[in-house]
Write a new protein. Structure first.
Length: 216
């Protein structure tokens, strides 16, 4: 067992009584506010791009337009759903993914399976470690930064991750959640889709290097 895995399990075990209570209360509230199902599940790429079933609290309705298609995220995101996302409480069920060894407390956020063929070789390095509930990009702008900035921070984490850094990121995450930093992207309710554009000059690593911009 790696030190990182041991750290994850120790932290979850120590917080288990509070975690179970909060999960139960939130599940009940989601059921009352948004109905069933309580959880949102979706295949996401894990380490080495291997898919796993990510679990989150549901934060949007299933409202559809006259054509039967789901309405845009902004129209389906209720005030309670916005609170869940702003507080990051919708991510709490992902602790089950951590216990299953599919995720870590800290790592690059697991994005969509559709993005896998769109990454450049450098961007794809974000999958060299387990995805995380929070990550280096989440404390340095979250959804308010661009895709190239986000990927640069993810790759920096892959190259520098340690238990000490994970502790610093978790503490910074608490601060970011309290301040509600970077919850949404400009002109978007969440984050616009990654379109697979090439952001770095071929053979160049510097164009995706976050340098000293990181907070920890």
């Amino acid at each position: 067992m790696t030190a990182k895995r041991m750290f994850d399990l120790t932290l979850i075990t120590l917080g288990a009584p509070l975690i179970v209570l909060v999960l139960a209360l939130l599940a009940l509230t989601v059921r009352v506010k948004l109905g069933a199902p309580v959880f949102f599940t979706q295949n996401r790429p894990g380490k080495d791009g291997k898919p796993f079933r990510l679990v989150k609290f549901r934060s949007m309705t299933d409202a559809r337009g006259a054509d039967g298609q789901l309405l845009p995220d902004a129209d389906r995101l209720t005030p309670f759903g916005r609170f869940l996302r702003a507080s990051s409480l919708d991510e709490l069920p992902e602790l089950m993914n951590v216990l299953a060894g599919e995720m870590s407390l800290v790592g690059p956020r697991p994005l969509l399976m559709d993005y896998l063929p769109l990454y450049s070789p450098l961007q794809a390095r974000r999958h060299e470690v387990l995805p995380g509930i929070t990550g280096y990009a989440q404390i340095n702008g979250r959804n308010a930064i661009s895709w190239p900035e986000k990927f640069a921070l993810d790759v920096w984490y892959v190259d520098h991750h340690s238990v000490k850094l994970d502790i610093q990121i978790i503490l910074a995450t608490v601060q970011a959640v309290i301040k509600r930093d970077g919850i949404t992207a400009k002109n978007s309710a969440t984050m616009p889709r990654f379109e697979g554009k090439s952001y770095e000059t071929p053979g160049s690593r510097e164009s995706l290097d976050p340098g000293p911009a990181g907070k920890v």
